[in-house]
Design a protein around this ligand. Structure first.
Ligand SMILES: *[C@@H]1O[C@H](CO)[C@@H](O)[C@H](O)[C@H]1NC(C)=O
Ligand SMILES: *[C@@H]1O[C@H](CO)[C@@H](O)[C@H](O)[C@H]1NC(C)=O
Ligand SMILES: *[C@@H]1O[C@H](CO)[C@@H](O)[C@H](O)[C@H]1NC(C)=O
Ligand SMILES: *[C@@H]1O[C@H](CO)[C@@H](O)[C@H](O)[C@H]1NC(C)=O
Length: 579
């Protein structure tokens, strides 16, 4: 009987050590962090950015009550953005700057990189991932449960079909839905957006609010294929959209909006909302053309997913939390997706210096206390394969090269403009689930139409319509993205000094670039070998060292864990001998 008692005492001492680490002024416990990441959503696909075509009342309500991050930059596609988000590093440091990982490609986020869930674990969090991973699964060690998450329901590849959860690569095709390390064969016929929403709600319902929660809901929506929920109740809501694919896309976006409402309501029901930080963000702009186009719209921004134009990398984003310094505003501060690691770690009470060499900067002192703006420049990317590169400093952006010879560099998605007579419906925002949850748990939400109009105007990008624009696939381009957010006029010749300043950023990071591995697809990954299921196919021990990765860091961490365990066991044995 004494043995468990001592163990309990010890764990209390240890966990109180973890808890007392948290020192954020008036709050006595670390916040719950909910990352609501959506896939391939365009700039113009939320109604707070100016188009009333697709109503997103829950997303709008969250954004209006929080901070609209209107200059939030991502990488131009899924794998690089997710690598940057979780590691706090520019993907060029890890060879992750290029194309998304294809099914059967024996490649993943290097194992020596410590990522967000691992860091948050140190602060007492129990991190959960629902939905997309897309950072490699050739060995089990590369998958979510082995990288710091203690819960996973989702898929490994870039996308799956919304109802049968299948992914195809060339002539290989298979099921890709997993719970933990095992295929989730028991799940059938549920629309993926709803499936992941329900799992998120379940996680929240079963969470003990005493412990801080990290929940990353990485939705499949609105990645291609264009598959609408069969039970869609909103068909008549989008009758005003004449283009059928755009209308279907609107139904898919609507399900995401509803999902956000359900997650926020679940946090409210558990009384966790007043201690939460919620981030809403897309991983990159919409692919308006190309194989995986989804009928999204980045209008009026230039370019699409895969490009370094604003349409590819200026991603929809907002943050909400009662802990924010000033809410109901639009921020035009430069923010990069790598900044979330230090920002969230800081919000959770951690010391950012523990994070080692990262590129992200901590925005928490600014967001929570109004301190100085931490960032004035950023690297967009350097891709040595597609030969594109870009960087931003203050209001200037330098872009060189073109993805696929400039085919993606034009203005697309005009169908996302509000051509119709549909006007913005304030009542829908006011009566949204998110507004109701905020008003029930925190007092009056921001719902005056005049204030909403003001925020919406500030968040909307307007461009003077120009009939011509500069081609950057033949020459380098410098844009003033504050005064010319649609990147029409190349001013490189007028500002040679600015070009050379931006060039210095590119040179600095160019010298740190780790080349992309570019490994061929491995036939051994064929799902036919594994009950028609995508799953790890290589043995970790066998490939160690094969791709030149450094596993020492990971090994050191596990050695430390083993030492701690042995130490604890010895302590317990010796103490129980005395009693
Ligand atoms: C699948 O395609 C690859 C090349 O793309 C080929 O080598 C392989 O034989 C094909 N397998 C089957 C079963 O058709
Ligand atoms: C540059 O891109 C445009 C389309 O945006 C294309 O018409 C042109 O051929 C491209 N030039 C080169 C050199 O690839
Ligand atoms: C706004 O939406 C509500 C609920 O669907 C509807 O009853 C109302 O008529 C709409 N208002 C406007 C101005 O369209
Ligand atoms: C193989 O997959 C089917 C579903 O496609 C599943 O019902 C069955 O249990 C799986 N078999 C094994 C051995 O896992």
């Amino acid at each position: 009987m004494k043995f468990p008692f001592i163990y309990l005492t010890l764990s209390l001492i240890i966990s109180s050590g973890v808890c007392t680490k948290f020192t954020d002024g008036q709050y006595e416990s670390a916040p719950h962090i909910i990352v609501f990441m959506v896939d391939d959503l365009g700039w113009n696909d939320v109604s707070y950015h100016g188009s009333s075509q697709i109503f997103t009342p829950n997303i709008d309500a969250l954004a209006y009550n929080g901070i609209i991050l209107n200059r939030h930059y991502t990488l131009p596609s899924c794998t690089p953005t997710r690598a940057a988000f979780l590691s706090g590093k520019y993907p060029i440091r890890m060879g992750m700057q290029g194309e998304g990982i294809m099914g059967g490609e024996p490649r993943g986020l290097p194992l020596n990189v410590r990522i967000l869930p691992e860091h948050l674990r140190d602060l007492g969090y129990s991190p959960k991932l629902i939905g997309k991973w897309h950072l490699g699964f050739h060995t089990k060690q590369h998958t979510p449960l082995h990288r710091g998450f203690d819960h996973f329901l989702g898929f490994y590849n870039s996308h799956i079909a919304y109802y049968d959860y299948k992914y195809s690569q060339g002539n290989m095709s298979g099921f890709d839905l997993h719970r933990g390390d095992s295929p989730a064969y028991d799940i059938h016929d549920q629309y993926a957006t709803d499936l992941f929403t329900e799992e998120a709600v379940r996680v929240i319902e079963h969470h003990d609010p005493i412990n801080p929660l990290y929940l990353q809901l990485s939705h499949l929506g609105v990645h291609a294929p264009l598959e609408v929920p069969v039970d869609s109740a909103y068909l008549e809501d989008f009758a005003h959209i004449r283009e059928p694919n755009r209308r279907n896309y609107a139904l898919m976006v609507s399900r995401l909006d509803e999902s956000l409402g359900r997650v926020v309501a679940a946090l409210g029901d558990k009384n966790m909302l007043k201690n939460s930080i919620i981030i809403f963000m897309t991983d990159n702009g919409a692919p308006t053309i190309g194989k995986y186009r989804n009928s999204g719209s980045n209008w009026p921004l230039r370019g699409t997913k895969y490009t370094l134009y604003e349409g590819g990398v200026r991603g929809v984003a907002a943050v909400w939390s009662p802990r924010l310094h000033a809410m109901a505003r639009v921020s035009n501060n430069l923010m990069h997706v790598t900044d979330w690691l230090p920002t969230l770690y800081s919000a959770a009470g951690g010391n950012v210096a523990d994070l080692g060499e990262i590129d992200g900067v901590d925005h928490w002192p600014h967001l929570s206390q109004g301190k100085d703006i931490p960032r004035e420049s950023l690297l967009l990317n350097i891709d040595e394969v597609s030969k594109t590169e870009g960087a931003i400093k203050r209001r200037f952006k330098l872009v060189r090269g073109a993805y696929k010879r400039g085919y993606y560099d034009q203005y697309y998605g005009e169908s996302g403009r509000n051509h119709d007579t549909q006007s913005y419906n304030y009542t829908l925002v006011h009566s949204s689930v998110v507004s109701s949850a905020i008003s029930a748990h925190l007092g009056d939400p921001m719902t005056q139409p005049s204030a909403m109009t003001h925020l919406r105007e500030q968040a909307t990008v307007l461009c003077k319509r120009k009939s011509t624009f500069s081609y950057c696939n033949e020459t380098e381009c410098l844009f003033d993205i504050v005064n010319d957010p649609c990147e029409a006029t190349n001013i490189a010749k007028q500002y040679p000094k600015v070009v050379s300043e931006l060039d210095m950023i590119l040179e600095k990071y160019g010298s740190l670039l780790v080349k992309q591995p570019r490994l061929p697809i491995d036939g051994m990954a064929d799902p036919r070998r594994r009950n028609n299921t995508w799953a790890p196919w290589l043995d970790y021990g066998m490939i160690t060292g094969l791709y030149g990765y450094n596993y020492n860091a990971a090994a050191a961490v596990s050695t430390l864990a083993v030492c701690v365990h042995i130490g604890m066991a010895l302590l317990i044995v010796s103490m129980s001998a005395f009693i």
